[in-house]
Design a protein around this ligand. Structure first.
Ligand code: AMP
Length: 222
C-alpha cells in the first residue's frame, strides 16, 4: 500500500504531479479542494458553507475539513493506495491526520513566490469538462475556448491577485509548520517544482524509489 501526501503552494503543480503519479501506479487521487469545488458547483449544503471562504482564498474551518477527509478516507476505494493533495494545511489538521492514518511519504513541491504568482494568474479552467490551461505554458488552440469541449474558459474564482496574496500568506504562516512537523515524524522529500512537469515527475519517482516515469508518446506530442 502506498499512501502519500503531496504539499506545495498553489500553482506548484500538485494536481498535475498527483495525476501523473496516480494514473501510472493505480492510486486514488484525493484533492480536498476538488471535493469542496464539487460541492460549490452542485449547490450542496456543504457548498453553501464553504463558498465564500473559498472565493476569498481563505482556509475552510478545521472541523469541516476533517469531516470531509474522514468521510473520504472511510470509503477505502483504493487497491494500491492514495495521494492526498491540499491536506493537511495547518498544525491541527496534521495532528488529526497523523493520529488516524499512516503515511509512507510526503512530497513537498518547492516553488518561489514570484514563480507562483506568474503561474497562478495565468491559469484558466474549463467549467465544462474540468480541463486546466495555462496562458504561458499550455494555451488553448482557440483563445478562450476549451480544446476538448469548446466551452468558454474561466478564471478560478480564487485565482485573483488578492486571493492569491491571502493564500500565499496562509501557506507561509500555517502550512510551512506542517512540513516541519512531518519532517520530524515522517519522510519529507523536497522536490524542485520549477522544471517541466515530466522532469518533476521523474524526480518524484526517484526520491520515492518508484519505477521511472515513462511518458506516453501521444502525451509528449500533445
Ligand atoms: P486547493 O484546490 O487545494 O487550492 O483548495 C481550494 C480551497 O479549498 C482553499 O483555498 C480553501 O478555501 C479550501 N481548502 C482546501 N483544502 C483545505 C484544507 N486542508 N483546509 C482548509 N481549507 C481547505
Amino acid at each position: 500500500m502506498r499512501k502519500y501526501v503531496i504539499m506545495g503552494v498553489q500553482g506548484s503543480g500538485k494536481g498535475t504531479q498527483s495525476a501523473l503519479l496516480v494514473a501510472d501506479l493505480d492510486l486514488v487521487h484525493i484533492s480536498v479542494g476538488d471535493i469542496f469545488r464539487w460541492h460549490v458547483q452542485h449547490h450542496t449544503k456543504l457548498g453553501a458553507q464553504v463558498r465564500r471562504t473559498m472565493h476569498a482564498g481563505e482556509l475552510v474551518s478545521d472541523d469541516l475539513v476533517e469531516s470531509v477527509v474522514r468521510d473520504r478516507l472511510d470509503k477505502h476505494d483504493w487497491n494500491f493506495g492514495f495521494v492526498i493533495d491540499g491536506f493537511p494545511r495547518n498544525g491541527r489538521q496534521a495532528e488529526f491526520f497523523m493520529e488516524s492514518y499512516d503515511i509512507d511519504g510526503v512530497i513537498h513541491l518547492a516553488l518561489p513566490d514570484d514563480e507562483v504568482r506568474r503561474r497562478v494568474l495565468s491559469r484558466r479552467l474549463c467549467p465544462g469538462c474540468g480541463m486546466d490551461y495555462n496562458l504561458i505554458a499550455d494555451r488553448p488552440e482557440v483563445e478562450g475556448r476549451c480544446d476538448i469541449c469548446g466551452t468558454e474558459l474561466v478564471t478560478r474564482a480564487d485565482d485573483t491577485p488578492e486571493a492569491l496574496a491571502a493564500r500565499l500568506r496562509d501557506y507561509h504562516e500555517k502550512t510551512r509548520p506542517v512540513l516541519e512537523l512531518f519532517r520530524r515524524k515522517e519522510v519529507v522529500h523536497d522536490v524542485d517544482a520549477r522544471p517541466a512537469p515530466e522532469a518533476v515527475q521523474q524526480e518524484i519517482r526517484r526520491v520515492l524509489d518508484l519505477p521511472p516515469y515513462l511518458p506516453k508518446a501521444d502525451a509528449l506530442a500533445a
